[in-house]
Design a protein around this ligand. Structure first.
Ligand code: FAD
Length: 285
């Protein structure tokens, strides 16, 4: 089912992001976690595309498995990295042939060691261009990425929102945000995007911060600001993993509740292929 059709009957959607397991052991772990998460009946799930366009086969295999074997409405992420127009067509023909109806279209990050994204010859520079191309040749429901704290390369949030508008005008049906921990950024972002004429759903992307190690990792990965109080509460329990987990979980539950009460059209959960936090958070909502 296209997610744009799902929106006609669901005011709020609850969804999960997965990445393809790297080896046999994580695949077994993944199977167990999927089993637990399925009990929550997510509206849809998404599968990431390897950074630098790597592991494409695993993304496609997992998308096929979740959509066709497990029966979940599944979104395949796809990036402009190393993607010529011919390759895009052959990949999307494959996905369409496997019953996939939903794509998350992204530019992708520059490969490791490179600072700048360089499009391949006969490829695309921005997600909006890829979205326009897919819109012209295919009948997928198309999602795009949004950044409530602005994309790291954008000179300002205002410019980033103008570029986001190009993506929506090119055919993006809905947007999912980069992870964030401070809700006021999301609420301000929604006001600014609406003022700019972006009317589609913008689903908040959420991750629980449940360990000290993650503080540095998430900040580096996404440039998301972490509330000082939360960071110091977690840091002060560095040697008590269970306590850190509880603090992070409680913060995320309250964060999600506030988002949903104030009009967010659902929650997209970055699971990191784990199930414990997702199950506890979703059961409490
Ligand atoms: P774009 O929307 O193209 O924007 C990139 C930058 O270019 C921004 O600064 C923007 O302001 C600017 N820009 C856009 N259009 C123009 C224009 N016309 N002129 C000038 N500047 C412009 N990465 C992966 O590799 N695999 C994944 O599976 C993956 N999944 C993700 C899912 C979500 C929900 C999110 C939020 C991110 C994901 N990413 C993934 C990361 C993403 O690839 C990076 O953040 C990447 O740097 C930007 O991708 P984008 O699609 O947002 O790019």
């Amino acid at each position: 089912m296209k997610i744009s059709d799902l929106f006609l009957s669901q005011d709020k959607t609850f969804s999960f992001e997965f990445f393809p397991p790297h080896d046999e052991i994580s695949a077994v772990d993944f199977g167990i976690n999927i089993g637990r998460l399925m009990k929550l009946s997510p509206s849809f799930v998404t599968v990431t595309y390897g950074a630098g366009g790597s592991n494409q086969e695993r993304t496609f295999a997992l998308v096929d498995y979740l959509q066709n074997r497990i029966g979940l409405t599944t979104v395949a992420h796809y990036t402009c990295v190393n993607a010529t127009r011919d390759k895009i067509k052959s990949d999307l023909d494959y996905l369409m042939g496997h019953g996939i109806k939903n794509l998350m279209l992204l530019r992708g990050d520059p490969p490791k060691g490179e600072n700048e994204f360089i499009p391949p010859e006969n490829g695309f520079n921005f997600a909006s261009e890829l979205t326009a191309f897919v819109d012209e040749y295919y009948d997928f429901c198309k999602a795009g990425a949004a950044y409530v704290e602005k994309h790291p390369e954008a000179p300002s949030l205002e410019e980033d929102i103008q570029n986001l508008k190009l993506k929506v005008n090119a055919g993006a049906d809905f947007l999912i945000t980069q992870l964030f921990f401070i809700n006021s950024y999301y609420f301000d972002f929604i006001k600014k995007t609406r003022a700019a004429g972006i009317t589609c759903r913008i689903i908040p992307g959420i991750i629980p911060l449940t360990s000290y190690k993650q503080i540095e990792r998430f900040t580096k990965m996404s440039a998301a600001k972490i509330p000082a109080k939360l960071a110091s509460a977690i840091e002060s329990h560095k040697d008590q993993p269970e306590k850190m987990y509880e603090i992070g979980l409680e913060y995320t539950i309250n964060q999600c509740k506030e988002l949903l009460t104030n009009g967010a059209p659902g929650i997209h959960f970055y699971t990191l292929n784990k199930s414990r936090a997702a199950v506890e958070i979703f059961e409490s909502l």
